[in-house]
Design a protein around this ligand. Structure first.
Ligand code: ADP
Length: 484
């Protein structure tokens, strides 16, 4: 019998009000229930926001070094259970065990990084025009914040929001994605065991369409940090603007790799495959377009198709699997629908293009690594985020046309160029409209110490991680202090 998990509200683990539950299923074996979680609704969200508000004054008074110590302790606890959390991640999300271990290790690094940030200066002292005035600007917490996270990085994304929110003195309601609550539960559990006072972090697993709006509407919540779809993100932005509260959105991408005429083609294929197919293409920074200079197109497309069709697809728990299943039946349907759209639009299928069938594949949501060729910029598969193992090859005459094609999208998260020419690499860095630029490496990847986020429709213009997190999770109080 699978284990039943609980939500954490005001320091107490408990079921959803009304007792509703929801199964957490394995996308590689859809009949396997990994865990059972509460299916919280509005009432739970409201209680969690109240608990976060009650806990705020005490947490804001807790010295920053003490907050940092709790994060460090949580990092140690998460590291101790790295293998178990990685296995839970593979079982509920589908990515390979190697990727899951990498992600949990990143969660540990993020907790350590923000433990360190808790020892950094919290403001600046200025010279005042008045000789008697001590003039300073201090960064203070926002108060309770709501963090709404997706299923594709269910350890890393909650951690990179929760850790800075706590380090800078905010209290938190975390609403993780319904599809992947077990990993978020582990994060809440290690922080609870590390000694967070009651109510400082509240975990509400439940229906996004109910819990999300209830949190955003709660007068206790003073900021929202969201990662997920553009549809939900733009609604949230309007709600937050209406209430006059701070918000941060990280949403979609349509990230290009540009392969220039002088590129090492093996390198170009390696970069494209890793960016497009790892995590089954379900990363906001995944590669979904490869824009190739005409001179090398023939050689590149052959090698790319050969490599894509050789990838081992299967259960992420198996050691030789390169690519796991899609996360859910809905995700699989969306990807298969886009493949049909691509065919109808006249793109040429080089490899893949269908659901995998037979033995283990019939149990889960497995789609073959798919490469389309001859993709034009006006096609939907060149413009819309597919979020699956599908990559569109597009032809460019020269560097200028390649960059123009790369920029011809409403998104602007990450981009990569493969070249040996330093001058062209520098031009690419200057001319590409993307928040994250790679030269000779894949479009995905995010180190904790640097800002993460996109241009245009990919984000609200704010940045996460690194020192940028301080910008979002604090507000500035300017103080003129004069003698009595
Ligand atoms: P994805 O396509 O990655 O699942 P979503 O935007 O649907 O992206 O989900 C991201 C997060 O937003 C999840 O935690 C989900 O439960 C939550 N969510 C869904 N609907 C809403 C909503 N109306 N308001 C706030 N959060 C929501």
């Amino acid at each position: 019998m699978e284990r039943q998990y609980l939500n954490l509200i005001g320091g107490k683990w408990g079921p959803a009000a009304g007792g509703a539950t929801s199964p957490d299923r394995n996308p590689a074996r859809r009949d396997e229930v990994v865990a059972v979680f509460p299916s919280a609704g509005k009432e739970d969200a409201i209680r969690a926001a109240e608990a976060a508000a009650e806990a705020f004054p005490g947490w804001a008074r807790t010295p920053m070094p003490k907050r940092g110590e709790i994060l460090l302790k949580a990092a140690a606890l998460l590291e101790q259970r790295l293998d178990a959390v990685a296995e839970a991640l593979t079982c509920e999300e589908g990515k390979t065990l190697a990727e899951s271990k990498g992600e949990v290790a990143r969660g540990v690094s993020l907790l350590r990084y923000y433990a360190g940030e808790a020892l950094q200066p919290t403001g600046e002292v200025y010279g005042s025009a008045s000789p008697s005035t001590f003039l300073f600007a201090e960064r203070v917490p926002l108060r309770p914040v709501a963090l709404i996270t997706p299923w594709n990085f269910p350890v890393a994304i909650p951690t990179w929001k929760v850790a800075p929110a706590l380090a800078f003195g905010n209290t938190v309601v975390l609403k993780p994605a319904e599809l992947t609550p077990l990993t978020a539960w582990h994060l809440a559990d290690v922080l609870d065991k590390a000694g967070l006072p009651p109510g400082v972090l509240n975990l509400v697993v439940g229906r996004g369409s109910q819990v999300g709006p209830a949190l955003v509407e709660s007068s206790h919540i003073k900021a929202v940090s969201f990662t997920g779809s553009n549809t939900v993100g733009s609604k949230l932005a309007a709600q937050c603007a209406e209430r006059g509260i701070k918000f941060q959105l990280e949403m979609g991408g349509k990230n290009p790799v540009v392969v220039l005429g002088d590129a090492d083609l093996d390198k170009a294929v390696e970069v494209t495959i890793a960016g497009a197919m790892l995590s089954t293409g379900q990363k906001c920074t995944a590669t979904s377009r490869v824009i190739v200079q005409r001179d090398v197109l023939d050689g590149f497309r052959q090698r790319l198709a050969a490599k894509a069709s050789s990838l081992k697809v299967g259960d992420g728990l198996k050691a030789d699997t390169y690519m796991g299943p899609l996360v859910s039946a809905d995700a699989e349907k969306t990807v298969l629908d886009y493949i049909e759209v691509g065919k109808h639009e006249g793109a040429r299928l080089l490899t893949g293009g269908s659901k995998l069938q037979g033995s283990e594949y019939d149990q889960g949501y497995f789609v073959a690594p798919t490469v389309f060729d001859g993709v034009r910029p006006d096609m939907r598969i060149a413009q819309e985020e597919i979020f699956g193992p599908v990559v569109a090859v597009m032809e460019a005459r020269d560097f200028d046309q390649a960059v123009a094609l790369a920029n011809d999208t409403r998104f602007g998260l990450s981009a990569s160029v493969v070249t040996r020419d330093l001058g062209l690499a520098l031009r690419f860095i200057r001319e590409i409209d993307a928040g994250i630029v790679h030269v000779n490496s894949q479009t995905a990847g995010a180190e904790p110490q640097v800002p993460f986020g996109g241009f245009k429709g990919s984000s609200s213009g704010t940045r996460e991680q690194g020192k940028a997190a301080r910008e979002f999770f604090t507000q500035i109080k300017t103080v003129y202090l004069d003698p009595p």
